[in-house]
Design a protein around this ligand. Structure first.
Ligand code: PLP
Length: 394
């Protein structure tokens, strides 16, 4: 044994005084993560097995089958990528854009900006169309831009978590096919919660996350790609400039060969299998109805309290509501109060909506009537207490 002294910022005394890992109990009604389903947590706590073990390979195939159902597609290459939503987001850019190729990004919030940032890093020729934070694009606007700009890829966020806007995707896939362009959709805040039909809507590339509609902890990012996208990938002239996210390499592990690429986060895959199994047993249509009903209950409850919603009804996103912070309230202090006294998390506005709205999420396991009632009751009593000098709203 070496005589070397271990370097540690922990002296012997406080090493022994560390308690077991503890986290406070929280109801997560913000933009995500959402609470994980108790059955998912049970699956997560099972002992790891080898990521090339036959039993694990069977589990991988089950995850893929369940994902195809949840995405509503028959795409061969459908898999949960290791990493949070941004990992599959980056894979969607890195694999399908070669330097100098044009990507058209329809930007209406913070996550559209992230797509632009990533595409620029991969040296795409980036064209952007923009809407103000709280609005959605019309079919005609998108059609016009695709026909005139002729991009190789058209990218849009389905559910903009920064603004609370749901973007209609009807008909866009058809325009992309006619213009020889791949249709890329960010479904981070819609998969497993809102109507999303990958095959029917002719979406070529889509990604999501585990921590919202799928009722799992963060750590995996479901991904799917059409045959058209596969063809584009296999005809690339240059190597995918990102080893970890290279879908042709990942295909060897998640496709039929099952060749090692990187050590799969096996426990997270147990968790997602369970989250997806719960989705399949409830049924997608029931899940969509549940999310819509609970969102409607929240929206009318907030309006009955005299609060104003940021997004007009036609564009409102059931999984994430942006509600204006009353003038008489300090938004951050109120959120801290909710967290520290009631164990409830809601989110601040992002980017240009910071300090102007709160973001309330009802996603996956957390989208239920009891949570809506609990939050509305607390708003009713606590907002009055917080109101400075009784503004006219309260
Ligand atoms: N896209 C949207 C619409 C999101 O809401 C998020 C995160 O909430 C992301 C992308 C990035 O996902 P992650 O934070 O899991 O990396």
């Amino acid at each position: 044994m070496s005589e070397a002294k271990l370097i540690s910022s922990l002296n012997e005394e406080n090493l022994f005084h560390f308690s077991k890992t503890y986290v406070p109990s929280r109801l997560l009604l913000g933009p995500g993560p959402s609470n994980a389903h108790p059955e998912v947590l049970k699956a997560l706590s099972l002992n790891p097995i080898g990521h090339l073990d036959e039993a694990y390979i069977i589990l991988m195939s089950e995850v893929q089958k369940l994902l195809r159902y949840t995405w509503q597609c028959n795409n061969r290459l459908t898999l949960p990528m290791s990493g949070t939503g941004s990992a599959a987001m980056e894979a969607s850019i890195a694999n399908f854009i070669e330097p100098g190729e044009r990507i058209l990004i329809a930007k209406k919030g913070y996550f559209g900006d992230r797509l632009v940032d990533m595409a620029t890093r991969y040296k795409a020729e980036v064209s952007v169309i923009e809407k103000s934070w709280g609005e959605a694009f019309s079919y005609e606007e998108i059609k016009y831009e695709i026909e005139t700009k002729k991009p190789a890829v058209f990218a849009i966020v389905h559910a903009e978590t920064s603004t609370g806007v749901l973007q209609s995707l009807y008909g866009i896939g058809e325009i992309c096919r006619k213009n020889n362009c791949l249709f890329l959709v960010d479904a981070v805040t819609s998969l497993g919660a809102l109507e999303l039909l990958i095959d029917e809507w002719k979406i070529d590339i889509a990604y999501s996350c585990s921590q919202k509609g799928l009722s799992c902890p963060p750590g995996l990012s479901p991904f799917t790609m059409s045959k058209r996208a596969e063809d584009k990938l296999s005809s690339r002239k240059s190597k995918v400039p990102n080893w970890y996210l290279d879908l042709s390499l990942l295909n060897k592990y998640w496709g039929s060969d099952r060749v090692y690429h990187h050590t799969a986060p096996v426990n997270m895959n147990y968790a997602i299998r369970e989250g997806l199994r719960l989705i399949a047993s409830e049924g997608l249509e029931n899940i969509w109805i549940r999310h819509n009903n609970n969102a409607n209950k929240l929206w009318s409850g907030l309006e009955n309290l005299g609060m104003e919603l940021h997004v007009s009804k036609e564009f409102r996103l059931p999984t994430l509501t942006t509600v204006k912070i009353p003038h008489s309230i300090d938004g951050d202090s109120f959120r801290n109060h909710l967290l520290n006294n009631h164990g409830i998390e809601i989110g601040n506005g992002l980017g240009e909506l910071s300090g102007k709205v709160w973001r309330i999420g009802l996603m996956g396991f957390n989208s239920n009537e009891q949570n809506v009632d609990r939050l509305l009751n607390i708003f009713d009593t606590e907002l009055k207490k917080f109101s400075i000098l009784h503004s006219s709203t309260f």
